[in-house]
Design a protein around this ligand. Structure first.
Ligand SMILES: [Zn+2]
Length: 192
């Protein structure tokens, strides 16, 4: 059920809007030294999305402090890009979820649909169970889930709770996860 959503071009427009909103919030806060932020986007070549993604997907929004002697980098949270991962955020989340549960989608099918290979799937699984489950974001967030979500159920069980088979549910889920996409910027008002 997630596969159709990932092929829907409209989803990526909504995610683009959310990212621009997050970037605008980060920019209005400015650098922690008090300096203004100048645009300094990172070039990206994201994988796993539908053909014909807009040119806006060629870069991740990011800023540098304009003040001489600071020049600190501020990269806003994102619902499109997940840290340094080359695959789109939504693809990492939903393809990981498709591999879980009592009836996991077969590796071959996922490869045909999204070009994601077995090694990448294994790496993602380790990352969910160690990088995310043992990190500060999840330590703070897991208490919000009742019944509890265990590390081995990440991210599938959370995707279900958010109703991530629909565009609005997936967007809320990615917004919820967005603090893990950057280590240089914290915005308030994440949550559900
Ligand atoms: Zn600064």
């Amino acid at each position: 059920m997630y596969a159709g959503l990932l092929g829907d071009a409209r989803l990526y427009e909504v995610l683009q809007d959310i990212d621009e909103d997050l970037a605008a919030q980060a920019r209005s806060v400015g650098c922690r030294c008090g300096g203004r932020l100048h645009s300094a986007a990172y070039p990206r070549k994201p994988r796993g999305g539908p053909v014909g993604l807009g040119a806006s997907y060629d870069r991740r929004l990011s800023y540098c402090c304009a003040r001489e002697g600071c020049r600190r980098r501020t990269t806003p949270p994102s619902v499109r890009f997940l840290g340094r991962k080359v695959y789109l955020d939504a693809v990492v989340v939903l393809v990981s979820a498709l591999r879980q549960g009592p009836n996991p989608t077969r590796v071959r099918v996922l490869h045909d649909l999204f070009g994601v290979g077995e090694r990448t799937l294994r790496r993602w699984r380790q990352w969910w169970q160690r990088g995310v489950a043992e990190g500060s974001f999840w330590r703070a967030a897991r208490g919000d889930f009742m019944p509890a979500v265990t590390a081995s159920e990440l991210p599938g069980a959370m995707a279900e709770r958010f109703g991530a088979h629909r565009t609005d549910g997936l967007c809320r889920f990615l917004r919820f996860l967005s603090p893990i996409t950057t280590s240089s910027c914290v915005l308030s008002g994440g949550g559900f």
